[in-house]
Design a protein around this ligand. Structure first.
Ligand code: NAD
Ligand code: TYD
Length: 356
């Protein structure tokens, strides 16, 4: 058994689906179901008894302790977080509570559980913390990409809260010996991505005939990683990573935002042309920049490649095509997110699944 937190979010749901698609053991999925948690993303697992879903907060120490005692997981993978930079600018409080206090409480419960293990169970236990490249701050245009040794220079309430959680995880290893692994990855994209983030927002707005809002000059650079590649990296780090180590995970796909938006528009022109025959690029609208907007992120993913033999399987061209095709094939998922009906879906389909 493994315990996953935040497994109803974008990356967590992809991870849970991939994990249970293979010959892996069952998992407990602890998720608070904030606005970002969507059980509809996990609909394929509804009748799969290997998926134990528990609605709850990583900051609820007694709940986490009870789950650890009951299921005796060999590993905990922490995806749970508030994750959207723009929301962290307008209301940072939730970011402090979940990303910092929540991670602290989770670590405390895990430390107590791990302290009670013996023999191989204790030696082989792992706590894997999923973090972000945003903790490293912003890069100048020609600066080398972030390595694991780069200093922490977070610039938004989101990245500052993730940086704090990374420091706590590191401290629990150095102070208490907890066998932790940390992964810092770049921007993910792919299926089940909440349409408040750049790529899914552009797809759904384009199809709805709405403006495509590009912040500032659109020349901010991100390093895009297909979400299922990220999931395979996490599985590899869990399997072979060295306790106490940090692994950067990236897609080797640095691109300015405006290029991303243009690529999405061109794919939509090909796959679902506008009824009026015009191009989706005509919907692009430059708007006021995000405050404190980081100019460039880029991951140097050589350590995970050299030490663990992992590298991404998708190029941006293959991954973005899969993503656009997925959104075109799943209008109901998008519609339920936009209307809020995905929350009702939880009540209807998962009544009784919540932890008591
Ligand atoms: P997401 O916002 O889509 O999902 C977060 C999930 O955590 C949701 O299901 C939510 O309900 C749950 N959650 C929030 N607070 C909780 C709490 N207190 N207790 C239990 N569950 C809670 O986020 P995501 O994009 O899937 O990101 C997952 C992790 O990966 C985060 O830690 C994020 O910082 C990190 N990350 C994401 C990206 C990216 O591009 N999406 C890039 C780098 C790192
Ligand atoms: P986002 O998907 O929010 O991820 P992050 O801020 O964690 O990198 O944004 C990716 C980039 O796209 C970022 O530089 C901000 C920009 N962006 C826009 O230009 N317009 C938008 O509407 C959004 C949501 C993001």
């Amino acid at each position: 058994m493994i315990l996953v937190t935040g497994g109803a979010g974008f990356i967590g749901a992809n991870f849970v689906l991939d994990w249970l698609a293979g010959p892996n053991e069952p998992l407990v999925n602890l998720d608070k179901l904030t606005y970002a948690g969507n059980m509809e993303s996990l609909a394929a697992l509804r009748d799969d008894s290997r998926h134990v879903f528990v609605k709850g907060d990583i900051g609820d120490g007694s709940l986490v302790a009870r789950l650890l005692g009951q299921y005796q997981p060999r590993a905990v993978i922490n995806f749970a977080a508030e994750s959207h930079v723009d929301r962290s600018i307008s209301s940072p409080e939730d970011f402090i509570q979940t990303n910092i206090v929540g991670t602290f409480r989770l670590l405390e419960a895990v430390r107590a559980y791990w302290g009670g293990l013996t023999g191989i169970a204790k030696d082989e236990f792992r706590f894997l913390h999923v973090s972000t490249d945003e903790v490293y701050g912003s890069l100048a245009p020609a600066a080398p990409a972030f390595t694991e040794a780069h200093s922490y220079q977070p610039n938004s309430p989101y990245s500052a809260s993730k940086a704090a959680s990374d420091h706590l995880v590191r401290a629990y290893h150095h102070t208490y010996g907890l066998p932790v692994l940390t992964t810092n990855c770049s921007n993910n994209y792919g299926p089940f991505h909440f349409p408040e983030k750049l790529i899914p927002l552009m797809i759904v707005n384009a199809l709805a005939g709405k403006p495509l809002p590009v912040y500032g000059d659109g020349m901010q650079v991100r390093d895009w990683l297909y979400v299922r590649d990220h999931c395979s990296a996490i599985r590899r780090v869990l399997e072979a990573g060295k306790a106490g180590e940090v692994y950067n995970v990236g897609g080797w796909n640095e691109k300015p935002n405006i290029d991303i938006v243009n690529i999405v528009c061109d794919l939509l022109d090909e796959l679902q042309p506008r009824p009026d025959g015009k191009r989706y690029r005509e919907q692009i609208t430059y708007i006021k920049d995000r405050p404190g907007h980081d100019r460039r992120y880029a991951i140097d993913a050589r350590k995970i490649q050299h030490e663990l033999g992992w590298k991404p399987a998708e190029t941006f061209e293959t991954g973005i095509r899969k993503t656009v095709v997925w959104y075109l094939a799943n209008p109901q998922w998008v519609q339920h997110v936009q209307s809020g009906a995905y929350k009702d879906w939880v009540d209807t389909h998962y009544a009784g699944a919540a932890a008591s």
